[in-house]
Design a protein around this ligand. Sequence first.
Ligand code: SF4
Length: 262
Amino acid sequence: MSTIIYPSPIFGPVHSRRLGISLGINLQPADGKVCSFDCIYCECGLNQDHRPTLPLPTPAEVSTKLEAKLQDMVAEGQLPDVLTFAGNGEPTCHPHFAEIIDDTIRLRDQYCPKAKVSVLSNSTMIHRQSVHDALMLVDNNILKLDTVNPLYINKVDRPNGAYDVNAVIEGMKAFNGHIIIQTMFMRGEIKREGKLESVDNTGEEYVTPWLDAVKAIKPQQVMIYTIDRETPTQGLQKASREQLDAIRDRVIATGIPCTASY
Ligand code: SF4
């Protein structure tokens, strides 16, 4: 089973399915994963298998290394389309996330003003005012909402500590449309406590309440996707193209733009 632990604090540029040519910014240590979720489909692997020993990068390290990389890219005449906060875990867990966003926007404006700043987040910290305010400043505030079903969240996204999906939905509404919802749809079964359990969230009982939440949040866009590479948990299967297209079309029918990645 292969997992990806990204270099830190800067990696790439890489071609992203959803975002184009992207320079990655990883606010976690380079030798492991730190996340407030422990998704069974995480490309970085499960938290327990990748405990880091190195410290988090400091804001000074992030800005120094980002500036050096952007200077190289300017010299090579190849600028990024997007600066993407992603990597080995949840970027908004970094205690200096807001300061790092300010630095990144300053460097973007200086070296590649046409590039977008994107944050891929699992939404667990959006209740923090400083995180909310920082996410209001970025171009693409991409927040995960895989389901509104608490049992499914506990089975698939597996939050560390308390997680209230209704509070997360309220936090999402507070962006007043400055939000892109990202949702993983998949099928399959996993073994839990010796029994096989479905992890299929493509059925009506999942899609309809999720769609109701999406309509209430009123995002600028929705991105739906499915498993793209090997997962740390056995038994997960891709949602079919037809299923993803059908869900995408239901979102579009509400007047909200939606893309599907297969
Ligand atoms: S939120 Fe993202 S980084 Fe965290 S466990 Fe899930 S997939 Fe991995």
